[in-house]
Ligand binder design. Structure first.
Ligand code: GTP
Length: 353
């Protein structure tokens, strides 16, 4: 079975990060998010991928190429202009056959696909939408379901007390190719706002199945940073690419930390990264491959992108540092539990060689 990954959007909410790299290449603990997703699916036996690309398509293709390095096979469907989430699926028609999976490439949800496929087979619909449960559905399109799991309607951003359920579209679908007959060619169309409502109106079998586990739409800077906090706190099950050298400290190959620097876990230090003397790095820091923290600088609760530099004596906190930008998060202050853990960590700084 093929998985189609929608990876061509503008990522406007994630600017300025997406001016340097497209959203699918946004590093999450030093690996592009899309790589985490493909590896997760590969490990469940999915080895055929179609990437629907437009924005920064060249960067995405030059990173993943034909997928051989990841042990998968990747084909690309290019758009001349942005076609929206449904238009992008239609544009990949020539690469799809039979039943296929679709994933929004910016959704962090490492779902187990077997139960979703089994549900789809059992109900025999055209589409099964993976659903996730949220506490406050008032910001989302909420689904109303029958007991058998058929979707009756979507209610856009309902008042909390009027929401028919707490289930929202998780951005993961199982589809039959006949769905493509419902999508017009060469025109911008939204799968959520146009195709699904039309299919539901015609009662052709759109089902929803709640899928378990951590879910996050990585569409904003704050949520991108939230994701890292959740990974460090082990709430989000993202695999670290490096070995753990001490509790809460993951180091890539050839990283160099000066003996006079202080590392406060949890911290990820990328391959070939350099931490110079007198620096403090951590807690809750992901330092990209070949990033440099110059003498006397201090970095906490931040993500430093591959190849970026923190200048000497600089203080960086709650920020994303790229090669061409620094962006400050507006996320809430850490909770009492996090502060307590941070203070405990600070009491026992770990010296790295
Ligand atoms: P914002 O501009 O911040 O809303 O981001 P976005 O448009 O990149 O993401 P959005 O949440 O709207 O889209 C969900 C997923 O669909 C993301 O993975 C996008 O990359 C992808 N996507 C959105 N529009 C298109 C499109 O026109 N073509 C393709 N190929 N993918 C798209």
């Amino acid at each position: 079975m093929k998985a189609l990954l929608l990876a061509g959007g503008l990522g406007t909410r994630l600017r300025p990060l997406t001016e340097e790299l497209p959203k699918p290449l946004t590093p999450v603990c030093n690996r592009p998010w899309l790589e985490h997703l493909m590896v997760h699916l590969r490990d469940q036996g999915i080895r055929e991928f179609v990437l629907a690309v437009k924005t920064h398509a060249d960067k995405i293709q030059s990173y993943f190429q034909d997928g051989q390095a990841l042990g998968v096979h990747i084909e690309y469907a290019y758009e001349q202009s942005l076609l929206g989430t449904a238009g992008a699926i239609k544009n990949a028609e020539h690469l799809l056959d039979g039943r296929f999976l679709v994933f929004n490439a910016d959704i962090v949800h490492l779902v187990n696909v077997a139960p979703l496929l089994e549900f789809h087979e059992r109900h025999g619909g055209l589409v099964t939408i993976g659903l996730t449960e949220v506490n406050d559905p008032s910001h989302y399109g909420v689904v109303e379901l029958t007991k058998q799991g058929e979707i009756l309607r979507f209610v856009e951003k309902p008042k909390r007390e009027e929401a028919p359920s707490n289930h929202i579209n998780a951005g993961i679908y199982v589809m039959e190719t006949s769905v493509l007959d419902w999508i017009p060619k060469n025109r911008e169309t939204s799968i959520e706002r146009e195709t699904f409502p039309a299919l539901i109106d015609h009662c052709v079998g759109v089902y929803g199945m709640p899928v378990d586990g951590y879910w996050l739409d990585m569409g904003t800077v704050d949520r991108y940073m939230q994701l890292h906090d959740d990974i460090f706190a082990k709430r989000a099950p993202v695999h670290m690419s490096y070995r753990m050298t001490r509790e809460g400290v993951w180091m890539g190959k050839e990283a160099r930390v000066h003996p006079g620097a202080t590392i406060i876990p949890p911290v990820v230090i990328g391959e070939g990264a350099v931490v110079q003397s007198g620096c403090t790095v951590g807690p809750y820091v992901s330092l990209g491959d070949h990033a440099v923290v110059r003498a006397g600088a201090s970095v906490s609760r931040s993500i430093v992108w591959p190849g970026a530099t923190v200048g000497s004596e600089e203080l960086v906190s709650d920020a994303v540092v790229g090669r061409t930008f620094v962006t400050q998060a507006c996320r809430p202050a850490p909770s009492a539990a996090v502060r307590e853990q941070e203070t405990a960590n600070e009491r026992e700084p770990v010296m790295q060689r």
